[in-house]
Ligand binder design. Sequence first.
Ligand code: HEM
Length: 415
Amino acid sequence: MTPATASDASTLARDFDLRHLSPAFYADPYPVYHALRTHEPVKRMPDGSLFLTRFRDVQAVYRDPKTFSSDKTVEFKPKYGDSPLYTHHTTSLVFNDPPRHTRVRKLIAGALTARAIAAMEPGLIRLVDGLLDAAAVRGRIDLIGEFASAIPVEIIGNLLDVPHAEREPLRDWSLAILGALEPSLTDAQLERGSRAVSEFVEYLRDLVGQRRREPGDPQHDVLTRLIQGEAGGEQLSEAELLQNCIFILNAGHETTTNLIGNGLVTLTDWPEQRAALLREPSLIESAIEECLRFESSNQLGNRMATVDTEIGGVAVARGTPVTLCIGAANRDPEQFAEPDRFDIHRDPNRHLAFGFGIHQCAGLSLARLEARIAIGRFVQRFPAYRLDGEPTRGGRVRFRGFAVVPVELEPSSAG
Ligand code: HEM
């Protein structure tokens, strides 16, 4: 859906409301993002919040956490009331400002060092190759359910050392909790999200109790690290500990699943790019950056103005919620030449898929590693894989990805 004329584009921009989106938008939001960037780059929505689509505006807001706060204690009250979802989201580091943010961030970052991540690579390769072997036997698979989603659940489970037999509910809890961050929600979604937080907390209480009795290696085990706190420094409260464990388990799930799924689907849409990757497997690193830019799995970020200020020349009153559209910023022609072209050679490619500034994704090296191994090995193993029916979208605006993607792995050349 590309607007035929400039006035169509200006109508698209004028009518845009994040709370009322059409099915066409979920399929392809980029024409709307382009229209907004051209006609109303700092768009005021009916609820009074602002929606940003220019790279430079989004980056400027990320860069200034004093003026643009991440704290959601006020903003989330009407949405979540006193529910477990409210406690969870307002206690997670991503929705806290310094100094609360800083102490949790330090503990997590300390366990996600380059060395700790490199040590995960051999196990990750074994996991991916095992999934590829099983897929080869079947011939046709659902790329999401039988490949992409199986990888992060293991990796994040390992990071907190969650016993294998106990990992099954993690994905559904995570989908229910993150799903409740969508701009508009039904009562059933709210209820499901709150129930998931309660069950998750109950589960983690036991796990934390066991880990207190038998600590793991804090160099690798994020849970032990969070429990022990900094040497001679402060410790996290029980609520901070439990809610941030939930956040880490969630943060690395759907986003990474979607990166792998979006990347493999995009490569089927751009056969000459897939051929280039097959000819030159060392392009995998820049290919992953392009997948992150082109179909950013986390499309939206949020901040709130703490003082009267301005964005891109538009006056912004204190207390105004601001939505940062990563998906639009990553298609801004001012930053990326021919932004709607998927180009695995793109260099430089300074996208905002992981955010920017003090809250920039703490798991970005891990996500990159997972995608590199998963997408790289899948493409080399099944060079001719193709879609075997229409993929089903996940139906979310914040977390962009597919729910189901049927693929045929080794189509005969006649097909
Ligand atoms: C493709 C995969 C991923 C994407 C696109 C992604 C994206 C993001 C973004 C955009 C933010 C910034 C939010 C903000 O500033 O408002 C963020 C924060 C965060 N992410 Fe990721 N993420 C991914 C994978 C992961 C993984 C695998 C982990 C865990 C190991 C993780 C852990 C975190 C944490 C802890 C934060 C909060 C950082 C802070 O507030 O200081 N993410 N992520």
